[in-house]
Ligand binder design. Structure first.
Ligand code: DGL
Length: 272
């Protein structure tokens, strides 16, 4: 078998959201090279149906394999994980694939009030994968689910505007709809960010909810899981050739700006 340990790791999302996962991946795996693809021509995924998201995930995986010979794939998107990871794993049994799901399990350990908010896309919340996860944890806590239509898109587009008022307004709308937040009994003390775009609205969310409410996102656990898989399969890079390439299927400016602002990496974005 060929030694693929020096090949890059593919990471994809519908847009810039997966950078919140990539950030943790780069910190945890500093010797690895990454190729990040934003499927911006087909975003948002969260308001699409299962067949569409599965087809996009397949297409992106093939593109990353053909153009970059990736040694592993991170689906840095809760929606695509919920709707496509099972099939992608069945179709690609030799490729390590790691996904992202709303961190309701860690949240149920963290919460003192046993009342936990979950913000995610409508497609994630209605998926059978998420519903199964929820059913296993529901006896331990009460989960308040909130589909946040338009929020990922507003986070995506915020670079095009002079301020972040659209993001703040949507955050306010959705946290208000979820009820009372705080650390008193019957209040929501833990909020799960179940879409990879939402960590980029943490300043807005924390300003609305106060510092006592814990915001939970899955970047580090995902990075550790990938590290474990690569190590088990002897796929960790031995030559330490880190790097990052950015690609987008549509609009490229959002990704370029987000990578500069959030990852402090000024890189060109290749349109594919
Ligand atoms: N960032 C994606 C997620 O984690 C989806 C955003 C979207 O395209 O709707 O669910």
């Amino acid at each position: 078998m060929n030694d693929t340990s020096e090949c890059p790791i593919g990471v994809f999302d519908s847009g810039v959201g997966g950078l919140s996962i990539l950030q943790a991946l780069q910190q945890q795996l500093p010797n690895e090279a990454f190729v990040y693809l934003a499927d911006s021509a087909h975003a948002p995924y969260g308001e699409r149906d299962e067949a569409f998201v599965l087809q996009r995930a397949r297409t992106v995986l093939h593109l990353l394999q053909e153009q970059h010979q990736i040694k592993a794939l991170v689906i840095a998107c809760n929606t695509a994980t919920a709707l496509a990871i099972k099939v992608l794993r069945e179709e690609n049994p030799d490729l390590p694939i790691v996904g992202v799901e709303p961190a309701i399990k860690p949240a149920s350990v963290l919460s003192q009030t046993r009342r936990i908010g979950v913000m995610a896309t409508a497609a994630t919340l209605s998926s059978s994968k998420f519903q199964d996860l929820l059913a296993g944890l529901s006896p331990q806590a009460e989960f308040v689910l909130q589909a946040c239509e338009g929020l990922a898109d507003a986070i995506e587009q915020q670079w095009q505007q002079a301020d972040d008022q659209a993001v703040l307004a949507l955050c306010r709308k959705y946290v208000t709809a979820m009820g009372a937040f705080g650390t008193n009994a019957a209040e929501i003390d833990t909020l799960v960010l179940g879409c990879t775009h939402y960590p980029f609205a943490i300043p807005q969310l924390q300003s609305l909810l106060g510092a006592d409410v814990a915001l939970v996102e899955p970047g580090l656990p995902v990075a550790k899981r990938l590290q474990q898989l690569l190590s088990e399969q002897q796929l960790l890079s031995r030559q330490a050739t880190p790097g990052l390439q950015l690609m987008a299927t549509g609009e490229t400016l959002n990704l370029q700006t987000a990578a500069r602002v959030w990852l402090h990496q000024s890189l060109p974005v290749v349109r594919v």
